[in-house]
Design a protein around this ligand. Structure first.
Ligand code: HEC
Length: 238
C-alpha cells in the first residue's frame, strides 16, 4: 500500500520536476524497501525537508501575525481624547498623503471665482464643513469635542494641496478619521465651488474676517444659551 502511494507520488514528481528529480526519487524507492539510503540521495530528501520547513514557517507567520494583532489591538488605546502613537501620527498621514497624490485628478478648478460661485460654495461650506473645520476654516470644531486625527485648519498647509487633491479628499473622505465622503450626495460642480470658498478662506479681507468672527461669536453664544441658558463672556473663542 505504502509502495503504491509512493509510486503514484513519484509519477507526479516526475511530471513536475523532470528526469533528475525522479532519478534520485527512484533510488529512494529502492532503498525504501529495507536498503540503506545512499549518500547521493540525501540532498533531495534534505531539500524537501527544508522546503517543507520553510513553507510551515511561512504559513505560521502568515497566521500568527494577524492573530497576534487581534490579541494585542483591543488592548491599545483607541480613545479620541488622547494623542495617538507614532504609527498613527507619522505613518498615517504619510500613507494618506501618498494615496491622495496618486489618485487625485490632475486638473485645476473648472469654475471661475465670482460673487455667484463663491456664494454657492460658501453656503455649502457653512452647511457641510464649518461644523468641523470652523466657519473661517480655522479648524476649531463646533462640537466642543476632540478629534484624532485632528480636524485641520484649511487656511495654511491645506492651501498647498492642488485643486485636484482637495477635490479628491472632499469627494472620497478619509476612512478612520472624521472626514466624510461627499461624492454620493454632491455633484462635482458643488464640490468644485466649495473648493473656491476654501481657497477664498485663506484670503479673507479684514471686513470679511471681522464679519466671520462676529458670526462665530453669535453661533457660540447661541450654543451656550441653548445648553446652559447663558452666554459666557468668552463665548466665541471656542
Ligand atoms: C465631521 C467632521 C468633518 C466634516 C463635516 C468635514 N471634515 Fe474635513 N476633515 C475632518 C478631519 C478629522 C480631517 C483630518 C483627516 C486626517 O487627517 O486624516 C479632515 C480633513 C480634511 C481635509 C484634508 C486636510 C489635510 O491636511 O490634508 C480637507 C481639504 C477637508 N477636510 C475639507 C473639508 C471640506 C471642504 C468639508 C465639507 C465639504 C469637510 N472637510 C467636512 C473632519 C471633517
Amino acid at each position: 500500500m505504502a509502495q503504491t502511494m509512493l509510486l503514484s507520488n513519484l509519477c507526479i514528481y516526475r511530471k513536475k520536476y523532470g528526469g533528475e528529480l525522479s532519478r534520485s526519487a527512484n533510488t529512494e524507492l529502492e532503498s525504501g524497501a529495507g536498503g540503506q539510503t545512499r549518500a547521493r540521495d540525501r540532498p533531495y530528501a534534505s531539500n524537501m525537508k527544508m522546503l517543507l520547513r520553510t513553507l510551515a514557517l511561512a504559513v505560521g507567520v502568515i497566521i500568527l501575525i494577524p492573530a497576534a494583532f487581534l490579541i494585542v489591538a483591543p488592548n491599545l488605546n483607541w480613545s479620541a481624547a488622547s494623542k495617538p502613537g507614532f504609527l498613527e501620527t507619522e505613518l498615517g498621514p504619510y500613507i494618506i498623503g501618498k494615496w491622495v497624490r496618486t489618485n487625485a485628478p490632475p486638473r485645476s478648478n473648472p469654475f471661475p471665482a465670482n460673487p455667484e460661485t463663491l456664494q454657492m460654495g460658501r453656503d455649502d461650506f457653512n452647511e457641510h464643513c464649518a461644523s468641523c473645520h470652523g466657519l473661517d476654516g480655522n479648524g476649531r470644531n463646533r462640537f466642543e469635542g476632540d478629534f484624532y486625527p485632528r480636524v485641520p485648519a484649511l487656511t495654511d498647509q491645506v492651501q498647498k494641496l492642488t485643486d485636484g487633491e482637495i477635490y479628491f479628499i472632499i469627494a472620497q473622505g478619509i476612512r478612520f478619521s472624521a472626514m466624510p465622503a461627499f461624492s454620493s450626495h454632491h455633484d462635482p460642480g458643488e464640490i468644485w465651488r466649495i473648493i473656491l470658498w476654501v481657497r477664498h478662506l485663506a484670503n479673507l479681507s479684514p471686513q470679511e474676517k471681522a464679519q466671520m468672527e462676529a458670526d462665530v461669536k453669535a453661533q457660540a453664544s447661541e450654543h451656550e444659551r441653548e445648553m446652559h441658558g447663558t452666554a459666557p463672556p468668552d463665548a466665541g473663542r471656542n
